[in-house]
Design a protein around this ligand. Structure first.
Ligand code: IVH
Length: 258
């Protein structure tokens, strides 16, 4: 069930302040001799997935794994209702597209309630529930879990477009689920506006997000910037401040080991 990724699945460098985003933009500007813009997206808090379509048919779905080798979860992904099994329109002969499998809060609450009723351990959060569900051996059980997918990256080597935004628009035309919440930004002020809008409005989304992702939109610029071993130089994540909660210690249970 282990399969090597055609292009490694990298992670993103995290930032926590506008100053760090300015550093990211300055570094990119120094390395590039072209004008560029940014595509801002939500950072979906689920589990990464890589889909391959051949002749318009979903032929394989791999988890991220260690980034180099993933798990084949095709049978389970075929049971996720918003992932098309066949495409429409002018799709290329073969391409890869990556995104996130999520468990919306409603499905998560329902699943945990069932688990508690059956005296099984509940999942700690929707992200664990989504990745746990993809690993299930029974695809019919996966179908019942109400998973949902959103796609956000076509590896640049896969097909030629001028911009990331155009690639996602094309994916949408082929029938693939692509988020409507992305915005093109020309400067840091626009990125800042996008962040403050979503820091508030994400509370009304039906699924979990933990930040935003800022990607340089021009694929030529992405190619020039390339990636380090761990993450691309053309994108960065901005993490929202985690919500704080107050917990009261009710009991401390001492145990003596060997
Ligand atoms: S782009 C090469 N876009 O965040 C970069 N990732 O630490 C490809 N994620 O593994 C990733 N939302 O699972 C991208 N809009 C988004 C994302 C996103 C969530 C996850 C993804 C990735 C991790 C990065």
């Amino acid at each position: 069930r282990h399969v090597a990724h055609k292009h490694p699945m990298l992670s993103l460098a995290n930032t926590y302040s506008i100053a760090e985003i300015e550093d990211f933009a300055r570094r990119a500007d120094k390395l590039l001799d072209m004008d560029f813009s940014y595509c801002c997206e939500l950072k979906f808090d689920g589990t990464a997935i890589c889909l391959t379509y051949v002749d318009g048919k979903l032929s394989r779905a791999l988890t991220r794994g260690d980034g180099e080798v993933g798990d084949d979860v095709t049978e389970n992904v075929l049971r996720i209702s918003n992932i098309p099994k066949t495409l429409e329109g002018d799709y290329p002969h073969e391409f890869e597209i990556r995104g996130e499998v999520l468990m919306p809060y409603e499905a998560f609450d329902k699943l945990n309630k069932e688990r508690e009723d059956a005296e099984e351990a509940p999942f700690a959060n929707p992200r664990n529930a989504a990745s746990g569900s993809l690993k299930l051996l029974n695809p019919e059980e996966v179908a019942r879990r109400g998973l949902w997918c959103t796609l956000y990256h076509i590896p640049a080597q896969s097909i030629e477009f001028a911009t990331h935004d155009q690639a996602l628009n094309a994916a949408r035309r082929w029938g693939l689920p692509v988020s409507d919440e992305r915005r093109l930004c020309r400067n840091i002020e626009e990125i800042e506006q996008y962040i403050s809008y979503w820091d508030e409005h994400r509370k009304f989304l039906p699924y979990a997000t933990d930040g935003i992702v800022i990607k340089i939109n021009e694929l030529q610029a992405q190619r020039e910037l390339r990636s380090t071993a761990k993450s691309p130089r053309w994108a960065v994540a901005f993490k929202f401040q985690a919500e704080r909660a107050l917990s009261k210690v009710l009991l401390i249970d001492y145990q003596v080991g060997r």
